[in-house]
Design a protein around this ligand. Structure first.
Ligand code: FAD
Length: 523
């Protein structure tokens, strides 16, 4: 059991470093530490994990030389950080030129290059021009690449960074029909935001947005998908929700590039298709992509397939998509939002390769250490291979990339000085805050009963259509997780109930009784 001081100290350690405002230099210095220079800390990747790691290394050990090696000239910066509760964070992300980071982190060298290999015996990494960079400790934060369903068709896009968003916007501007493949956060945001273009949304699950929310929450969202983004107010009802197979998710399954986009990546990004106003969204449930066809391949296939007549402007399309449910759609553009593959290629070659976990990420222990001495990994590229706390699991999210980057820095410094440290408090409870269909969404703990035996838990749900959706997972009278949609203001209370393992048996269904002020109850 931790003392409150310990908790406070650990939480503080993961908060972002405030930077002095200064005028950035006009050019980026890319002084490369050579093999003859004294090796310092080296961080690979200018995404949020890498940048946070650099900032925390500098904060914790201001005199040690740090080198950031990144393939992209832009790096990420956390702004408007708010600690909502002990573990829930909210922040914005900006992309800045690498020189901005250099001006605020003392002793930082930035090398703009692709890392092509690692020699752990010599403690050096090699970059694309063949040069070597020595390290005393290395943190790999190389993120991931979109897992695109078809790489050789220019009408099939993945969304990962600013470049890919620009390319998507350009193609969307002329599109009358777009197919979105995938059922995670990116697909959900895209389908909601796209205007002026008919959307075919192909998902392999029984309900929308399944990576994040259960079937009940999906039902809550559906009216907002189909009815011009207006709130649908309705009577309040509550029920005991029967858990089905579809409620269990496996959260872990799911060239050079810039860092992945941030939490509010779709804000201010025009998603205007070739038409005007609201266009329909057709959801194709429980199917996958069987084949992508070019116009020529479609012509060879003939007219036998079933094409939905949802757009009368044209019967000829640049690309066609054949789904496993037998339906074939012609469209202008296909967006593949089917997850990311960790960027591990440069680190899996040679006599001492890094251990790769079954989900493709670099395996790390509870101190972000890989199997190679002095080598750490953080963010989307790593796989948390430790025995997780009961209420935490890894999801490749912005918030976890930041927390892992900060914690990896702390571990690198502690290992250098031989200090023993506890794992950061943020790994005690899964917490994610986002926005779907215009609603605030907070996910806590095992919010979908992940990893729990269906027989062992029950879910209590309160729904006020168009206003809020609250679901709690209860096991042995204790709260294990919660989904909070809308302005419920319950996140802090529920976080405490989960963390404190409060016995809620005596409250029964009153826990979500609309007439009971839960916040006051547990004050
Ligand atoms: P990245 O941001 O991918 O950064 C990797 C860095 O490594 C880059 O700078 C890259 O240039 C560099 N690099 C890669 N390979 C090499 C190499 N060999 N040599 C040198 N440098 C290299 N998360 C949320 O929490 N909420 C959201 O709403 C959300 N929405 C998202 C929307 C989109 C469209 C996408 C794509 C992701 C979204 N995510 C969201 C996920 C989130 O963005 C990622 O989890 C997070 O950015 C990962 O950060 P990272 O630093 O680990 O990796």
């Amino acid at each position: 059991m931790q003392s409150s001081n310990e908790i406070c100290e650990r939480t503080m350690a993961a908060t972002p470093v405030s930077r002095p405002t200064s005028t950035p230099p006009t050019t980026t210095s890319t002084t490369r530490p050579s093999t003859s220079s004294k090796p310092g800390y080296v961080v690979i990747g200018g995404g949020i994990a890498g940048v946070t790691c650099v900032e925390h290394l500098s904060l914790l050990s201001p005199d040690i030389p740090i080198t950031l090696v990144t393939a992209s000239p832009l790096v990420k910066a956390v702004t408007n950080f708010r600690q909502i509760s002990k573990v829930i964070e909210h922040f914005s992300v900006e992309e800045k030129h690498a020189s901005n980071l250099q001006s605020s982190v003392r002793g930082l060298s930035i090398v703009h290059a692709m890392v092509s290999g690692i020699d752990a015996a010599k403690q050096v990494i090699t970059i694309d021009d063949g040069e070597s960079i020595p390290y005393s400790k290395l943190c790999i934060c190389s993120g991931g690449q979109p897992d695109i369903i078809c790489k050789d068709n220019p009408n099939v896009l993945g969304i990962r960074d600013t470049e890919t968003v620009k390319s998507f916007q350009k193609k969307l501007a002329a599109a009358n029909r777009v197919a979105v493949i995938g059922n995670g956060g990116i697909a959900t945001e895209l389908v909601y935001e796209i205007q002026g273009s008919t959307v075919i949304w192909a998902i392999r699950d029984k309900s929308i947005s399944h990576t994040f929310v259960d079937a009940g929450a999906a039902e809550f969202f559906l009216p907002h998908l189909k009815s011009e983004k207006e709130s649908v107010a309705g009577p309040s009802k509550r029920m005991i929700y029967a858990v089905s197979d579809a409620d269990n998710i496996d959260s872990t399954k799911g060239s050079s590039s810039g860092g992945a986009l941030g939490p509010d990546w779709s804000n201010g990004v025009s998603m205007q298709g070739g038409g005007s106003g609201h266009h329909p969204v057709y959801v194709e449930y429980e199917c996958e992509v069987q084949r992508i066809l070019t116009a020529e391949e479609y012509a060879q296939l003939g007219q036998a397939a079933n094409i939905l007549a949802c757009d009368t402007m044209s019967q000829s399309w640049p690309v066609y998509i054949l789904l496993t449910n037998g339906k074939l759609y012609g469209c202008d553009l296909i967006v593949s939002a089917t997850g990311v593959n960790p960027n591990v290629a440069p680190f899996t070659k040679g006599p001492m390769p890094l251990t790769i976990a079954p989900d493709g990420g670099i395996s790390v222990d509870d101190h972000m250490r890989t199997n190679l001495e002095h080598v750490y990994a953080a963010g989307d590229v790593c796989s948390a291979s430790w025995q997780p706390a009961e209420q935490w699991f890894q999801m490749r999210l912005w918030s976890q990339a930041r927390q892992m980057g900060a914690y990896a820095a702390k571990c690198m410094i502690a290992d250098t000085s031989g200090q023993v440290i506890h794992q950061d408090f943020c790994f005690e409870l899964f917490a994610h805050m986002t926005t779907f269909f215009g609603f605030k969404v907070v996910l806590l703990g095992k919010f979908n009963g992940q990893g729990l035996d269906k027989k062992d838990y029950e879910a209590l749900v309160r729904v006020t259509l168009g206003v809020e959706y609250i679901k709690v997972i209860l096991k042995d009278g204790k709260m294990y997780g919660a989904i909070l949609i809308g302005d419920t203001d319950l996140e802090e209370t529920f976080e405490n109930l989960i963390l404190n393992k409060t016995d809620l048996t005596r409250y029964g269904e009153d826990l979500l009784n609309p007439g009971v002020d839960i916040e006051d109850y547990f004050d």
